[in-house]
Design a protein around this ligand. Structure first.
Ligand code: C2E
Ligand code: CA
Ligand code: CA
Length: 921
């Protein structure tokens, strides 16, 4: 029961572990969220990289654009300065041509017409143009705007420029000396030229006309070619009015086009000198970045543009690199984070699977514990520190017929007891009971309570280390009952219900303590005579019934100072404690004997019996139990030896007899173990069997003799039972059979040999085979052997015995039924097996002339002849007996009248002497 209490500890541990596992689950969830945080961090880092890269790229882009813008501004500044200078220089050169120094005497238009319309001047102009690749023509116009001379052709055609703005500017503005017009296709060759006119004035400053040169686009483009322009950059030289003067790279189609709405141009014009910004190419819609700058002294604007796409080419490459680096690092970071997450997840997965496994195992454990608890034979209730029910098993419910609707975890002890009261398994004050139980917890030892319905409950209320306490109720009703039964069985004989040997010993010990001061203790050791015979011949049920009756009778005889016990088998004891003196004892013994001798009816069988009683008295014969028992036993054997059916008080000589028996046993053992029977004094003698009609010897019975070297002749009746008891009879019997067969082989052929066989020998399954081989070895005809068996062989009536008998008959061995008439139901045995011969026991022959024995013998002879069996009368000692038996038609006889058993040698001599004569003593 205490074990059951200790067994609860794992149960509670399992519960606690399951709770811990739930906490671990929360932790697990927390860890999972940290994995999520880790993933978010990784994503944020990647995001930062992407954002940073984007910002940098945008920054780089605007820088690249700013740089291009700066470059273009610088370029336009440089070009504006350059072209200002170049045009100044050209103006100066033209000025020298148109100055007074070149035409000193020209005072008016007429002079001019005259003096400057010469071929010489034409050639001069031609030469000047020829020296300058990018100047298309040099022409002189008079104050009316009419062409006077030209480098192109001579005489000049009628051409007027009076409508041209540059002409009008110079004519109308006395302060202007030079003026530039918008590009126009040359009248002569159609090439686009930009006119640059120089005022020709008289000495007094009168406007006389203009010297006009036509600047080809190449004039500008030539210089632009020498510049190392950035990729995609375009420089456009425009007239203030938006007309394209020149373009690099050169585009013939573009020259002369008007782009007055160009934002950059407008900006340059607006800003005065410089402008920059982004625009869109009107031709192809391409985004451009550009800068414009107006020349200081000439109506020219330099516009430098570059496609945004080209400006950003480098930036794009950089951005691509940057993006690649960002992507790589993002991937790297993502990979690292993923790796970390994976490692963590793996660990978590392993951890959680371990936890799941643990949980499963614990659940299994719990399940097993539940099963174990519910399969406990005890009713169990576990209470916590507050005396509230935590756990209970089904046995506890069944035991008291409680209801699970009421008995649930969580209810209080008080409620449990109240429910018990309600359902009738408790009758008392609930409050008082609970208070007492709780106050005595830990101090009360297991105690047994008898319930109202008569059950015994063993109850343990035990505190447990984990807190609280456990109540175990064990219904020990059956156990107590069976313990009592076992105890009874242990002390009382199941058949007779008398005290058995164990209780007998205890009681005798007790009785021995009272011995002294005139009080003695007498032990009567009672052995039923011939009980074995009753048991063997009538069967165990009859034997059992018989013993029960004996026990009852002994009980009836025993007085208040006596007690009766069964010591086993057919042995009983009566112990009397009382005052010394044999008289009352003898009286008791007589009563016992009378009781046993009274007739019995057992299961329809009428029986009579007797007993041998040995008596030993304490302290006269022995003071202790063993001594007293031994001596009573010896006295009982003495009574048996003295003819049974009587009693003997212990005498010292009995011990001597016992010693002699022990010596006999030892000598017998010696002879059997060494197989030296002859040397040990054994001899087979032969008693002739005579035929009545002619008194001839028809056979001989082999009778064993033991000439003991020390104790002299020992009769077979003394040592054969000992040999049987000691299981030596097989060896001894074999030896007798072999000796007898070998001897009989020397006899006349018609003389049979009869050999006595013990029932024990018959139990040997190979007995028939053994007989056959012995006969063969002795070279004796099988028909000459007769085996004498007693009823005891047939008593068990088992198939084996019968099979052996039939085997023997089968090979031709004759079977005789020995000692006929001494058993119980001899006639029935005659039906069981077809014997060859019946040997009528000596006891009938002895009394044949005096009592009813003659009638019995007569009946036996008649029956035997009716079923074709011969008869042999045993122990015939007188002629009268001989005559009576002969008259009764008995077939054969043996007895001292004719011959005692003779040694082999004597018998041989007898055969030799009276080979064919009748044998008469
Ligand atoms: P049993 O088989 O009934 O043998 C006959 C007994 O009667 C023999 O006693 C024999 O000597 C004795 N007897 C024969 N004629 C007379 C007579 O006229 N008057 C008297 N008073 N006795 C006579 P024994 O030799 O002492 O044998 C006793 C028993 O021992 C035998 O009884 C037999 O049961 C047993 N026995 C003897 N030899 C053997 C043996 O070799 N094997 C077995 N198993 N038993 C043997
Ligand atoms: Ca015999
Ligand atoms: Ca006999």
């Amino acid at each position: 029961m205490n074990r059951a209490v200790e067994d609860l500890a794992p149960s509670m541990r399992a519960e606690a572990s399951l709770a811990n596992l739930t906490i671990s689950g929360v932790e697990h969830a927390r860890r999972e969220s940290s994995v999520r945080v880790l993933i978010i961090c990784g994503m944020l880092m990647v995001g930062c990289i992407v954002l940073g890269t984007a910002v940098t790229a945008v920054n780089f882009r605007s820088r690249a654009l700013a740089r291009t813008d700066g470059e273009l501004r610088d370029t336009t500044l440089l070009l504006a300065r350059h072209f200002d200078q170049q045009l100044d220089d050209f103006s100066a050169l033209q000025g020298t041509l148109s100055s007074q120094s070149a035409f000193p005497d020209i005072g008016n238009t007429a002079d001019l017409n005259r003096r400057l319309s010469t071929l010489d001047l034409h050639r001069l102009l031609q030469a000047t143009v020829g020296r300058n690749d990018h100047v298309g023509s040099l022409s002189v116009f008079d104050s009316t705007g009419t062409l006077v001379n030209s480098s192109i052709e001579f005489p000049v055609p009628d051409i007027s420029i009076k409508s041209r703005s540059y002409f009008r500017d110079l004519r109308d503005d006395p302060w202007r000396h030079s003026s530039m017009g918008e590009p126009i296709p040359a009248r002569i060759d159609g090439d686009w030229v930009t006119p640059l006119a120089q005022k020709i004035a008289g000495r007094d400053g009168t406007f006389l006309g203009v010297l006009r040169s036509g600047l080809k686009p190449g004039y500008f483009e030539f210089f632009l070619e020498s510049l190392a322009l950035s990729d995609g950059a375009v420089i456009t030289v425009l007239h203030r009015n938006g007309t394209i003067i020149a373009r690099y790279p050169h585009d013939e189609a573009a020259i002369g086009e008007v782009f007055s709405d160009r934002p950059l141009l407008r900006k340059a014009l607006l800003d005065g000198t410089v402008g920059s910004g982004q625009t869109v190419d009107a031709n192809n819609g391409q985004e451009l970045i550009g800068a414009a700058r107006a020349l200081r002294d000439f109506p020219i604007v330099i516009v430098a543009t570059r496609p945004v796409i080209a400006a950003l080419a480098e930036w794009r490459k950089q951005t691509q690199l940057l993006a690649a680096a960002a992507a790589t690092s993002s991937l790297l970071i993502a990979a690292i984070f993923l790796l970390i997450v994976r490692v963590i997840s793996k660990r978590y997965a392993a951890l959680s699977s371990r936890l799941a496994e643990k949980k499963r195992k614990l659940a299994v454990d719990k399940d097993r514990l539940d099963t174990a608890i519910n399969n406990l034979n005890q009713g169990l209730m576990l209470f916590d520190g507050n005396n509230d029910l935590v756990l209970f098993n089904s046995r506890a419910i069944e035991m008291y017929g409680l209801s699970t609707d009421v008995i649930r975890p969580g209810i209080s002890l008080h409620q449990v007891v109240a429910h018990r009261k309600q359902t009738g398994s408790f009758h008392g004050d609930v409050d008082e009971f609970c208070a007492k139980l709780i106050s005595e917890l830990g101090q009360s030892s297991p105690h047994i309570v008898r319930t109202l319905d008569g059950r015994s409950m063993l109850i343990v209320n035990k505190p447990i280390t984990a807190g609280g306490w456990v109540a175990l109720h064990d219904d020990i009703t059956e156990r107590t009952r069976s313990e009592r039964k076992i105890s009874h069985l242990a002390h009382y004989d199941a058949l007779t219900d008398l005290p058995n040997r164990m209780l007998f010993h205890a009681r005798l010990e007790e009785a021995l303590l009272a011995v002294g001061n005139g009080t003695v203790c007498a032990l009567l050791y009672i052995d039923i005579d011939e009980f074995k015979h009753i048991n063997d011949s009538l069967g165990h049920p009859v034997g059992d019934q018989f013993l029960k009756i004996v026990a009852g009778r002994l009980r009836g005889v025993a007085g208040s100072r006596d007690f009766v016990a069964r010591l086993g088998g057919d042995e009983f004891a009566v112990v009397r404690t009382g005052p010394a003196g044999t008289e009352s004892l003898v009286c008791l013994v007589q009563q016992v004997l009378e009781a046993i001798r009274a007739p019995y009816t057992c299961l329809g069988h009428r029986l009579s019996s007797n007993a041998s009683i040995g008596i030993a008295i304490a302290q006269e014969h022995g003071a202790n139990l063993d001594d007293l028992l031994k001596k009573a036993d010896l006295a009982m054997y003495a009574a048996k030896a003295d003819g049974r059916g009587t009693y003997r008080f212990f005498e010292a000589v009995m011990e001597a007899r016992l010693m002699a028996r022990r010596a006999l046993e030892s000598d017998l053992e010696q002879a059997v173990v060494t197989r030296r029977f002859s040397e040990s004094g054994f001899e087979v003698q032969y008693q002739p069997i005579i035929r009545f009609i002619d008194r001839s010897i028809v056979g001989c019975e082999a009778l064993l003799r033991w000439h003991h070297p020390v104790r002299g002749m020992i009769p077979p009746a003394d040592f054969i039972p000992v040999a049987e008891e000691m299981r030596f009879i097989d060896e001894l019997g074999d030896w007798v059979l072999a000796e007898a067969c070998a001897e009989a082989a020397n006899w006349p052929d018609h003389v049979r040999i009869a050999v006595n066989v013990s029932p024990i020998q018959f139990k040997n399954p190979g007995f028939a085979l053994k007989v056959a081989s012995t006969l063969a070895r002795a070279n004796l005809g099988i028909g000459r052997l007769e085996l004498e068996i007693t009823e005891a062989v047939l008593i068990e009536d088992d198939d084996k015995t019968r099979a052996t008998l039939h085997q023997l008959r089968g090979i031709g061995v004759r079977i005789a039924l020995d000692d006929f008439g001494t058993g119980y139901s001899s006639l029935s045995y005659l039906r069981r097996f077809p014997f060859d011969k019946i040997k009528i026991d000596r006891s009938f022959i002895k009394d044949i002339d005096t009592s009813g024995a003659r009638a019995i013998v007569q009946a036996v002879v008649t029956i035997a002849s009716a079923i074709a069996m011969t008869t042999t009368a045993e122990g015939v000692e007188t002629e009268q007996q001989f005559a009576t038996l002969q008259a009764l038609n008995c077939d054969h006889m043996q007895g001292h009248l004719v011959s005692t058993a003779l040694p082999a040698i004597e018998l041989r001599r007898l055969f030799f002497a009276r080979e064919t004569e009748a044998f008469v003593a």
